[in-house]
Design a protein around this ligand. Structure first.
Ligand SMILES: [Zn+2]
Length: 367
């Protein structure tokens, strides 16, 4: 059965039920923010420019947002706020970009930093771009951001009245799928967050087909299994990308590079399946953009992605306007009745189909 037919079956199944596509439940935890400021500088992967991002504590309910310089003009330079939310994502290649189109202001390559903030529970955070319009690449992973967050420390966030706020998490009630050609992302209702990712590079034997799966996604799993996975690049594609104005700041220090003919150029890898783990890192950063008002961005679901990328990650929310409207609704008015039982059997039903496409020799997805 093709993936398209599998998804069509699930869409027909979902029409039989009427719960809203997403609902929210309390986590029993308070929203958090950084206890102090911390900044990191480095090179922007695509711009090649030296950039600095300063992470700032923020109030409960503010969520995560970038503060970007408006440039020069009649009224001088000012800091403009770009919320780290899916409806501010603009089209971009090989990275995730947030834009204020009306002001011509943008910030590029936000995914690794947002991944670390989401995974460590920094629910409210201002990110001031002190220099440049691209988040520093550091070593190509999220490890440096994790260390910066640990250096700053976390504390309970308070609103302007000095009150704390409980953190909510979004539950997926119906399957959601997006695909392009043979790439897809499917999210299925699940009692806990579970991510399964597959990549396939048949022309690059050193990478080949890889699967990685993780659950639960707590701090230790993220820190030990995911955060230090670096971005990767195919050596034979570098010239074409550079001519397109991309990866101007790419180097052997901020990416692992693999040749189709000779294999990895800068070993050792941090994991044998480091490319696939990095895709999970990217996915967490991109799905963090579901976050609203300091609540969790990652949907509690089993998310299965195959040969996906940043644009498909973003489309998981954008082609589902009902889903997006639920995400953007006022949390204070949510009906507790929406928090109900999930059709868990759907996940059980899809797993045999997912397992059929797994590489028979890969054990990572069965951890
Ligand atoms: Zn990445």
């Amino acid at each position: 059965m093709t993936f398209r037919r599998i998804f069509t079956s699930f869409r027909n199944l979902s029409k039989l039920s009427t719960p809203p596509p997403m609902s929210w439940r309390p986590t029993g935890k308070l929203q958090k923010t950084l206890a102090s400021e911390v900044s990191r500088s480095g090179t922007g992967l695509h711009s090649g420019a030296s950039t600095t991002a300063k992470l700032l504590p923020a109030m409960a309910g503010e969520g995560r947002f970038f503060l970007c310089c408006s440039g020069t003009g009649n009224h001088g330079r000012s800091l403009l706020r770009i919320p780290a939310r899916i409806d501010w994502v603009s089209e971009s290649v090989l990275c995730t970009t947030l834009s204020r189109d009306t002001d011509g202001v943008r910030v590029r390559t936000v995914e690794h930093l947002l991944s670390a903030l989401e995974a460590t529970g920094v629910d409210n955070c201002g990110i001031q771009m002190v220099a440049g319009d691209e988040v520093p690449m550091l070593d190509g992973s999220a490890r440096g951001w994790l260390e910066a967050i640990e250096e700053a420390g976390l504390c309970a966030a308070k609103d302007q009245n000095g009150d704390t706020m409980e953190k909510l998490e979004p539950f997926l009630n119906e399957p959601v799928t997006v695909w392009k050609n043979d790439s897809f992302i499917a999210a299925f209702p699940s009692p806990k967050l579970h991510i399964t990712y597959g990549i396939d590079f048949p022309q690059v034997s050193a990478i080949g087909r890889q699967w990685f799966s993780c659950s639960p996604l707590d701090y230790s799993v993220y820190a030990m299994e995911i955060s230090s996975s670096r971005t990767f690049c195919i050596y034979e594609e570098i010239e074409k990308l550079r001519k397109a104005g991309l990866i101007q700041g790419g180097s052997l220090e901020n990416a692992i590079i693999c040749s189709a003919r000779t294999g990895w150029l800068n070993p050792p890898l941090h994991f044998h399946d480091e490319p696939c783990r990095h895709k999970v890192l990217d996915l967490i950063g991109d799905l963090s953009l579901f976050s609203r008002d300091g609540h969790q961005g990652l949907p509690v679901a089993h998310v299965v992605a195959y040969k996906a990328g940043h644009s498909l990650h973003a489309k998981l929310g954008k082609p589902n306007p009902q889903l997006l409207s639920i995400v953007t609704s006022n949390f204070k008015d949510l009906d507790a009745k929406l928090i109900g039982a999930m059709p868990f059997q759907l996940e059980a039903a899809v797993m045999p189909a997912v397992e059929r496409v797994q590489s028979p020799g890969c054990q990572a997805c069965r951890k």
